[in-house]
Write a protein that binds this ligand. Structure first.
Ligand SMILES: [Zn+2]
Length: 336
């Protein structure tokens, strides 16, 4: 089969090969023919090899959609031809955490991802355990399907953890980014007043009520827009660069929530602000399989903004484009 594959870390080592061995499936696995893959910072990190990547040679791709090609002997829920997306957390399903419904924190999964700890979706075919696959409706576009497992599930889980509720003020840093535009839509669906921190006016079409374009004056602007109340929930996964402004935007009984630290993870916390305003700091990662079914159920009402679709042959260019200044929406890889 054809795949984007690297045998040592570094974007320059990512090659397109036509003679990669077809993945073998076990009795509980499913072979899928990949249709469309999301391109995310995690894939860039995987190829650059910041953490140690196994197996080598390695096929990246942590957000995948496709069609079932072949099922293992004990697979019961899927058949050839089913359209599916891949829940990318590695989990056993039998530890105390999994049994509590938090598979993404599996005690034995080590926080690992399909596409990082195993071969991923930048290939014509991929072997996936049955328990990691979810059927999607016939009418779902592949562009959206390839944006559900990471880009949609992550902010959905995050806003649920933040217990965002009707009429609250939600401030989203990086609102026009991959996850940000989904967070904006969920914020609106949950009945919140959404304040998007973004330079892109189109985020209004995704449900933003207000836009803050001056990144260094966010807290001041939130103060104006909320008439001194400040935000009930602040979502900031941009990391330390925006930490101060984001924490200063949280109001009384407010929640500050994150699922990432793109610009760095070490922030300085003013403990007095934390306790005197009764602020909750909430961490979030991925989402549960139950939530995966919830976002699939809601998918008709969701949309994504695609900037560019690359072919599998252009996998390297697609990864490079992630950090292009002119990027304005999602980057996807059309595999077949
Ligand atoms: Zn587990």
């Amino acid at each position: 089969m054809k795949a984007a594959i690297f045998d040592k870390p570094g974007l320059e080592n990512l090659k397109i090969k036509d003679d990669v061995e077809l993945p073998k499936i076990t009795d509980h696995d499913v072979l899928i023919r990949v249709k469309m893959a999301g391109v995310n910072p995690v894939d860039h990190i995987t190829v650059s090899g910041t953490p140690e990547i196994k197996p080598l040679p390695h096929i990246p791709g942590a957000e995948t959609s496709g069609v079932v090609e072949e099922v293992g002997q004990h697979v019961m829920s899927l058949k050839r031809g089913d359209r599916v997306i891949v829940y990318n957390k590695v989990f056993d399903g039998i530890c105390d955490i999994c049994m509590g419904g938090d598979e993404m924190l599996c005690r034995n999964g080590g926080g690992q991802l399909i596409g990082v700890a195993t071969n991923g979706g930048f290939a014509e075919f991929m072997a996936v355990p049955e328990k990691n696959l979810f059927k999607i409706p016939d009418e779902m576009q592949w562009e959206l399907a390839a944006s559900i497992p990471v880009t949609t599930l992550t902010p959905y889980h995050t806003l649920k953890r933040a217990a965002l509720t009707i009429d609250e003020f939600l401030v989203i840093f990086g609102a026009s980014g991959n996850t940000g535009m989904m967070a904006t839509q969920f914020g609106k669906k949950m009945g919140a007043k959404v304040i998007a921190v973004s330079k892109d006016n189109w985020i209004k079409d995704f449900g933003a009520d207000y836009i803050i374009t001056e990144y260094d004056r966010v807290a001041e602007k939130v103060n104006e827009l909320t008439q001194g109340k400040m935000a009930d929930v602040v979502l900031n996964s941009l990391g330390v660069k925006t930490w101060e402004n984001s924490f200063a935007s949280v109001g009384l009984n407010g929640r500050w929530v994150t699922f990432g630290g793109l610009t760095g993870a070490d922030a300085k916390l003013n403990v007095q602000s934390l306790y005197s305003k009764q602020i909750k700091l909430i961490g979030s990662t991925g989402g549960t399989r139950k939530e995966m079914t919830e976002v699939i159920d809601m998918s008709k009402e969701l949309k994504t903004r695609v900037w560019k679709i690359f072919t599998l042959d252009e996998a390297k260019e697609a990864l490079e484009a992630l950090f292009a200044k002119e990027r304005d929406g999602r980057i996807l890889l059309k595999v077949s």
